[in-house]
Design a protein around this ligand. Structure first.
Ligand SMILES: Nc1ncnc2c1ncn2[C@@H]1O[C@H](COP(=O)(O)OP(=O)(O)OP(=O)(O)O)[C@@H](O)[C@H]1O
Ligand SMILES: [Mg+2]
Length: 360
């Protein structure tokens, strides 16, 4: 006779993780299976590849159905979700599992807005998240997070000084804006800018992080190359708006990351200010800058389209007030960013698993 345990594991083997493209048992996701014949309860722990995994509902449904198909309708399944974020560690930053650059060729398309809100959405999903403002020419993270007057403390580690990141909204944050007076221009020459950024990254005492999100300056210059070549980021996310001029610059950034000497995986494209939306006309989307440009660019290069963000008056107001829109529960923005964060986290995990073929 086939043992109960074998029946359970056979049932669980019919459930496939769509990102790992393996069944959940052989992928090593299933732990601590226990069952009670009397009350028909089965419990297990499912190890996910990211706390921001948007597939929890999918797994609950698939596992419940598989178990009831194999064992009978009276069985109920209780799943305890755990996450161990996949990632490879960036070079020189062993405590950072995934270094992710938010970039675009063009200025003003919303890189900083996206970086800040994505970071918050990932943190709200339970991930450990850091945010580095790499725009040393015009740091905007201090304003976006209401940290204009923050001054990081310094701690000596092995006789060397390290900056302690500022904590806000669940993020560990560092910006050059914390170190220079807000209205002082910073006219760096290229190599000096790259050195300053390298220092800011390596001389900050980052805690253990699942994701370190980097708000990049616009362009495809020294800073982009330094970060890419010296730190081997796990991926870049390209932000664009739908206009032709923005798309052309986004394409330049994308091509730069894919160059043989750079080789940063482009995890996807986000289209910001995709359409205008207002609560007065909730059914309407006004495509004032054109439609689907970001999606088409993603298709052209066969990279994922991560999603679109509407143009909302509230985003500007909240940015200026230092309370990012992802924190709001009254408008669609929190949903938009939590969805984007989930899609991005899946993409990061999928790539890490493809490279290592292990969950640890
Ligand atoms: N979805 C949005 N809806 C409304 N306003 C937005 C949206 N995204 C960004 N903005 C606004 O557009 C302006 C530029 O955004 P942001 O500073 O994030 O762009 P950036 O790409 O980081 O610019 P820079 O190249 O100067 O670093 C800001 O005033 C911001 O509040
Ligand atoms: Mg910016």
């Amino acid at each position: 006779m086939v043992s109960r345990e074998a029946v359970i594991y056979d049932a669980l083997r019919t459930v496939i993780d769509p990102d790992l493209q393996q069944n959940i048992v052989d992928a090593g996701m299933v732990k601590g299976v226990a069952w009670n014949e009397e009350n028909g309860q089965l419990s297990l722990t499912l190890q996910l590849t990211t706390p921001a995994c948007p597939l929890k509902g999918y797994f609950e449904q698939q596992i419940g159905e598989a178990v009831r198909r194999a064992m009978g309708e009276r069985w109920e399944v209780k799943i305890d979700f755990r996450a161990h974020t996949l990632g490879a560690s960036a070079a020189h930053l062993p405590q950072v599992k995934n270094l992710l650059l938010i970039a675009s060729g063009k200025g003003g398309v919303g890189k900083s807005t996206v970086a800040v809100n994505l970071a918050i959405a990932l943190a709200q999903a339970g991930a450990r998240v850091g945010l580095l403002d790499a725009d040393i020419y015009g740091p905007s993270v201090p304003i976006l997070l209401g940290l204009e007057h923050a001054k990081p403390a310094v701690r000596e580690i092995d006789g060397r000084p390290y900056l302690i990141p500022i904590s806000k909204y669940g993020l560990s944050v560092m910006s050059l804006g914390f170190l220079v007076p807000p209205h002082q221009a910073t006219p760096w020459r290229g190599p000096m800018a790259s050195n300053t950024l390298r220092q800011l990254l390596t001389e900050t005492d980052w805690p253990e992080l699942d994701y370190l999100i980097v708000d990049m300056p616009p362009g495809t210059g020294d800073i982009q190359l330094t970060l890419a070549q010296q730190f081997r980021p796990q991926g870049a996310i390209i932000v664009t708006t739908p206009q032709k001029v923005a798309l052309a610059d986004a394409e330049k950034a994308l091509v730069m990351f894919q160059m043989p000497l750079v080789q940063v995986p482009v995890l996807g494209i986000i289209e910001n200010m995709a359409y205008f939306w207002t609560a007065d006309l909730p059914e309407r989307k006004f495509y004032i800058f054109g439609q689907n440009g970001g999606r088409m660019l993603a298709e052209k290069y066969d990279i994922p389209f991560l999603g679109e963000i509407p143009l909302l008056e509230e985003v500007v107001q909240r940015s200026d007030a230092g309370i990012p829109a992802a924190l709001s529960t009254e408008t669609p923005m929190a949903d938009v960013f939590s969805h984007l964060a989930g899609t991005l986290a899946r993409e990061v995990a999928r790539l890490a698993f493809a490279n290592t073929n292990t969950l640890s």
